[in-house]
Design a protein around this ligand. Structure first.
Ligand code: NAP
Ligand code: HSE
Length: 436
């Protein structure tokens, strides 16, 4: 390694949160000090750290750093230039420390999608009012540099659509259930051991964490204020191995898929389980891998794929922001000044798509006719239909239907009619089919 000594002062970090990501960041700063200094022209140093438990073994030596019990005090230390917020949580100490740093004119790097999805508009405005930057590469799709791709690499494009698998935990659970025939609970525990899960795992399996990420990308892509509350959200909790196997039989895999696009009806944002063709790039995603598909009017389609969670990949993304700050590269949080972001109108309905329906019908003459009539009356056309045997309950006739492109509203209308006519023996399952 060549001599990296520099006359420029070091960039001094205060790291709040020493869990999976915080420990990963410290390891990179310690192991790659020369490389980071060579790439930025100044040393990257850690002045102080903060977490809840000072005595916990974090698998990394923190004895050289000052300790603060209070993350706000950490943010305000004279020897901290940049707050690296890696605690998590939309409010509480993460927001308090971020606000304190920004109010003091200090830059903030965070991996906290929950905080930014809820408070991103106001925090970005606070940062810009003080001439500080607030960066969040690690908050979206782990190690994939998707925020950089949107704000920099594709800055000459009008973005037409953003889609992708953005939660490593959900993809890990779905693919291991399918590949290894494991139960949801067995795979859930393995994901936890790998450090993928949020402190509140319902954020992962409920689709909320991935929805936070998509809302942040949509803001950059469409120049709109972060509008997480307008997102159509559905998690993977109700996905059964039965649906995974039926999907596979028909040439599909189930993914928790996000799509954001600006339509003539407003901004469409949804994060829901979808069937995707097994041979498509999204269909081939395994384990905690994420994939983000960006479409621009000049560039066409760009596909980014990589590790969406875990210590190394997420710490790598944190360092990307830290190094930009060290180089003196300063950019608005969402690519344009926060005060110029437009308010978006949420699309009242999703773009039509084929849907998979799994119905458990009462096994009586005429019931299938009621089902096809209900679908026909709602304007839903059937592409494929299959009835299959169910040996454990002879009174129920399971039926699979794939529709032609239609709206979810039309399907729900038909399902309501089926329900009131007594055709359904159990809750139906409806999953959108996307050909991304
Ligand atoms: P984690 O392993 O649970 O670590 C959280 C850290 O924050 C712990 O060190 C904890 O202290 C500290 N902390 C929590 N509450 C605190 C409080 N009230 N005051 C002071 N310190 C507090 O979490 P993580 O997985 O590293 O995630 C950190 C952030 O990165 C979250 O925003 C998460 O969404 C985001 N993220 C995580 C991943 C991933 O793969 N893990 C990927 C992308 C983004 P103690 O250790 O003393 O308990
Ligand atoms: N819990 C998140 C996931 C971490 O599983 O994708 C990365 O954001």
């Amino acid at each position: 390694m060549s001599d990296t000594s520099s006359s420029k002062p070091p960039l001094r970090l205060g790291i709040a949160g020493l869990g999976t990501v915080g420990a990963g960041v410290i390891k990179i700063v310690q192991r790659k000090a020369n490389l980071l200094a060579a790439r930025t022209g100044r040393p990257i140093e850690i002045s102080a750290v903060s977490a809840r438990n000072r005595d916990k073994d974090r698998g990394v030596d923190i004895s050289a750093y000052a300790w603060e019990d209070d993350p706000v005090a950490l943010a305000l230390r004279d020897d901290v230039d940049v707050l690296v917020e890696l605690m998590g949580g939309a409010d509480g100490p993460a927001k308090a420390a971020t606000e304190a740093a920004l109010a003091a004119g200090k830059d903030v790097v965070t991996a906290n999608k929950a905080m930014l999805a809820i408070h991103g508009n106001e925090l970005a405005a606070k940062a810009e009012a003080k001439g500080a930057v607030l960066r969040f590469e690690a908050a979206v799709a782990g190690g994939i540099p998707v925020v950089k791709a949107l704000t920099e690499g594709l800055a000459g494009n009008r973005i037409t659509r953003i889609a992708g698998v953005m939660n490593g935990t959900c993809n890990y659970i779905l693919t291991r259930m399918e590949n290894e025939g494991l139960t949801y609970d067995e795979v859930f525990d393995a994901a936890n051991a790998l450090g993928y899960l949020e402190a509140d795992p319902t954020l992962d399996v409920g689709g909320i964490d991935a929805g936070h990420k998509l809302a942040l990308l949509a803001s950059i892509g469409f120049g709109t204020r972060v509008a997480f509350d307008d997102m159509v959200l559905e998690g993977i909790e109700r996905i059964t191995i039965e649906d995974i196997n039926h999907a596979a039989d028909m040439g599909y895999r189930i993914k928790l898929l996000g799509v954001a696009q600006m339509t003539g009806r407003g901004l469409e944002q949804r994060m829901t389980p979808c069937l995707v063709p097994v041979k498509s790039p999204l269909g081939q995603l395994e384990n905690a891998t994420n994939m983000v598909v960006l479409e621009g009017d000049e560039v066409g389609q760009v596909v980014l794929r990589g590790a969406g969670a875990g210590e190394g990949p997420t710490a790598s993304a944190v360092l990307s922001d830290v190094l930009d700050i060290a180089r003196g590269f300063r950019i608005s949080t969402f690519g344009v000044p926060a005060t110029t972001l437009d308010s978006s109108t949420p699309a009242v309905a999703s773009t039509p798509a084929p849907h998979y329906l799994r119905l458990s019908l009462v096994d009586k003459p005429g019931v299938l006719a009621k089902v096809t009539a209900a679908l026909g009356d709602a304007g839903v056309s059937i592409d494929r239909m299959r009835q299959y045997g169910q040996h454990d309950n002879p009174d129920v006739a399971p039926v699979l239907i794939v529709t032609d492109p239609t709206s979810r509203r039309a399907i729900d209308e038909a399902l309501t009619v089926m329900e009131t006519s007594g055709a359904l023996a159990a809750q139906p399952v409806t999953i959108r089919i996307e050909d991304v």
